[in-house]
Design a protein around this ligand. Structure first.
Ligand SMILES: Cc1cc2nc3c(=O)[nH]c(=O)nc-3n(C[C@H](O)[C@H](O)[C@H](O)COP(=O)(O)OP(=O)(O)OC[C@H]3O[C@@H](n4cnc5c(N)ncnc54)[C@H](O)[C@@H]3O)c2cc1C
Length: 237
């Protein structure tokens, strides 16, 4: 029986795995991470690549390692001058350096040794443990279970959009996987939404289709340094 099983190998699941292993609370052989993808952070990498996000929406101290300055130290060590990898007063890291740091971390803690590729369909309490059932018929027993399945695999379409989709309209959620038809084959694109993903998508496609991309938002374009207020982490900006 395993000590800890983490369901979902995304940002949260891998952060917890790193913490448990690095603080010596657990050995690799007592830990499992279950995720349908063969690689950690697959959903994160897919979504951020889809919109070509250049810098994170969060400051440099938000990363998967324990030391808050681990990412900055890594960037300085590996790339010498760090400035091109950080943006703005809170040093928002480039996606490239953030992902490279994550990959380095996974190597360091040998995360793959705990990785199980599979999708969980049911978890049941059995005596003093949990029984975790996978869609391929496997069953794993574990003392502790953490659910870290995120939301990015379940994009929300408003009713009007799913109705149109069912009628055959060429309409996708940007994070749909797989998409009915790939985005970009159309001559013109209409992007509905006024948040960061909509703006990144508009920037991406207007480079490839100048003058053919329209953005439909409920409000004028708002600018903020982050997607949420990080004031609790330091000075307000
Ligand atoms: C484009 C984009 C940019 C973002 N930028 C930032 C940023 O700069 N800073 C920031 O702090 N946040 C950012 N976010 C938010 C951030 O991605 C999420 O908060 C974070 O990914 C949540 O982590 P998670 O582990 O809960 O989910 P995820 O990273 O989505 O991982 C969940 C994992 O669970 C797996 N899973 C789902 N169901 C099952 C199942 N039944 N069995 C097994 N595995 C399952 C999924 O396949 C997935 O691999 C961004 C989000 C997006 C979409």
């Amino acid at each position: 029986m395993l000590e800890w099983t983490i369901i979902g190998g995304g940002i949260q699941g891998c952060t917890l795995a790193n913490y448990l292993l690095k603080t010596g609370r657990i050995n690799r052989c007592n830990l499992a991470i279950i995720d349908p993808n063969t690689e950690p952070l697959a959903t994160w990498k897919r979504c951020t690549k889809e919109i070509e996000m250049p810098y994170l929406r969060s400051p440099s101290i938000h990363h998967l390692d324990i030391d808050p300055f681990a990412l900055e130290k890594f960037a300085k060590g590996k790339f010498g001058k760090q400035s091109k990898h950080f943006y703005g007063p809170y040093n928002r890291p480039s996606l490239e350096i953030f992902n490279t740091h994550c990959d380095m971390l996974f190597e360091e803690i040998k995360l793959k040794d705990s990785w199980i590729t599979g999708k969980v369909e049911k978890v049941e309490r059995f005596k003093q443990r949990w029984r975790i059932f996978l869609t391929d018929g496997k069953m794993i027993e574990s003392k502790n279970v953490v659910l870290a399945i995120g939301l990015s695999d379940h994009p929300h379409l408003p009713i009007w959009a799913s109705d149109l989709q069912q009628e055959g309209a060429d309409i996708n959620h940007i994070y749909d996987q797989p998409k009915k038809r790939p985005i970009g084959h159309q001559e013109k694109l209409l992007i509905v939404g006024g948040g960061i993903s909509a703006i990144h998508t508009a920037l991406k496609w207007s480079k490839q289709k100048p003058g053919k991309v329209q953005l439909l938002t409920r409000h004028s374009i708002r600018t903020h340094p982050f997607d949420s207020d990080p004031g609790c982490l330091g000075r307000n900006i």
